[in-house]
Design a protein. Structure first.
Length: 249
């Protein structure tokens, strides 16, 4: 039997304020929970219904688990249709990112991305293309927002998210900065080299002027149709794909 205080705590983790206070976040669904259990994250507790008991017991040798009813899970979940398992996980303490970590690789930089679905998709895309670090502006949506965690489908367990004042951090990294802009060099003819920061902007406003001023090379995905702009997650995927193609050709 789950106590009302446990349910109240878990529900409160839907809000950034309480995630920061408690240093905890929630992941739902067997795939996501499996990824966190087998990653470097510290799992506080896993709640599950009998439907997934057999699969979960194969994974959770050292994990604190508790079987609950579907009714109890429904009270905890942020989903319209709960997915049989919910984990409460400790927030990681990422150290400040250094230039040495980013040498000879590409890193995504997100400036003011607000939509949880977009950030979740970007994290999943980064994982697909082997990008290990994403640096976010301080006003980018929280990566541990339940909607973001859900959208990553477990990829959050393998991609490091760093939040920082971009205008201060970027100059310290001393790396090439490729900025996604409407008027820039054609992405398909751009020489990205073997390392750099790929800067993607806010859904409505793009990159802020102070970040634009730091860009080494503006890059554009050429438009053939009439759409005004591309979704930031789609644009990020195209950048990752083109860089991957040129790096591994």
């Amino acid at each position: 039997m789950v106590s009302k205080s446990q349910i109240s705590l878990i529900k409160s983790l839907q809000q950034k304020k309480f995630r920061r206070e408690q240093r905890l976040f929630v992941a739902e669904g067997f795939k996501s929970v499996e990824e966190f259990i087998t990653s470097g994250y510290q799992v506080h507790k896993v709640y599950y219904t009998p439907a997934v008991a057999a699969k979960l017991h194969k994974l959770s040798k050292k994990t604190n688990i508790e079987e609950i009813s579907a009714v109890e899970l429904n009270k905890m979940s942020s989903l319209t249709t709960p997915q049989e398992v919910l984990a409460v996980i400790h927030l990681p303490d990422w150290p400040e990112i250094t230039r040495e970590e980013l040498l000879n690789r590409f890193t995504l930089v997100l400036d003011g991305v607000q939509d949880p679905g977009n950030l979740g998709t970007i994290i999943r895309t980064a994982d697909w293309f082997g990008i290990k670090n994403i640096i976010c502006s301080e006003d980018t949506v929280d990566a541990y927002n339940p909607k973001v965690v859900q959208a990553t489908m477990g990829s959050l367990a393998r991609v490091n998210l760093h939040y920082a004042n971009l205008a201060q951090l970027i100059p310290q990294l001393n790396l090439p900065i490729f900025g996604a802009m409407l008027n820039g060099e054609n992405i398909y003819s751009t020489d990205f080299g073997n390392e750099g920061l790929i800067a993607m902007g806010n859904e409505g406003n793009g990159l802020r002027p102070d970040i634009q001023a730091l860009i080494t090379k503006s890059v554009t995905i050429p438009r053939s149709g009439q759409a005004e702009s591309l979704n930031v997650a789609i644009a990020t995927a195209l950048f990752c794909s083109e860089i991957s193609r040129k790096t591994f050709k």
